[in-house]
Write a protein that binds this ligand. Sequence first.
Ligand code: AMP
Ligand code: MG
Length: 313
Amino acid sequence: MLLVDEVESHSVASKLQLFDPGVDLRTMIGVDVRKAKQLLEHGFLVAIPTETVYGLAANAFDEAAVLKIFQAKNRPSFDPLIVHVRDREQVDEVASFVPPEAEVLMSKFWPGPLTLVLPKKSQVPDIVTSGLNTVGVRMPAHPLALELLRSLEFPLAAPSANPFGYVSPTTAQHVADQLGDKIPYILDGGPCAVGVESTIIGFEEGQCVLYRAGGVPVESIEGVIGELGIAQRKMVPVAPGMIESHYAPRKLLIVGDLVALLREHANKRCAVIAFNKTYDAWKCETLSLAGDLNEAARNLFAVMRAFDVSDAE
Ligand code: AMP
Ligand code: MG
């Protein structure tokens, strides 16, 4: 078992190790917020539940700890991390300016699946933001994540807890399946209630722009602050949703008219992910028989994972 006392005795000498070399390298899954806190305080990674997907968290102010996130995920350094805060006040520790529209969005949608990209303060290490002068900030709604954040004196940098490019994890077991040999502790908060990533909003030349669609529908945001602008694509970084392949299973995934696709691939073992109907196929999972988008979002990544490891062609 990985004891925090043992971690303490070795951590100074092994700042760049993902695991403490002096202790057992088994990943623990549990609900011990105190243990998560102590590991994070000693510069180790902890996978945390949020309402969107599981995050891979480190002290946002500790450059060496944040580096471990990139190592564990095999994440390219050009892809910035989202900083998770416990409340509106903590935003001021990482952002140098909060536009009025951002204030409105925070009061309306936080805690919740909305990330705001704001001008960054210099005390946020460049590794967190991939050298950008902006920082993505979000207050998550999951009770365990909030309990952990409130127990810490620093915000948490946390991207999704999956290998770069793959489907995001929505259960603790998903994290263990893929990062289990790379991180000491997974805080288990049950299946994610939203199940897809946060919506990301930026502010360019006084205008609010959408960088990534996600848990908060664009219509809800536009209902509060009016029409969103189009992001200038030359901007670095390109959000993962704009990269040619992202959130991708290993197997070929085709999106389209299911009746036509099933006819075209009639001789193959096709695993079908349908929205609100069932189809006669080798396997078929319906995301929400009631046609509820939230229910469908909650199920999407788990179904993609299950089919990815099945015998489907
Ligand atoms: P993940 O949590 O894995 O979905 O990744 C975080 C994503 O947030 C990044 O890939 C970026 O698309 C976005 N992001 C974070 N910080 C910024 C920023 N400063 N500017 C633009 N996008 C950002
Ligand atoms: Mg991600």
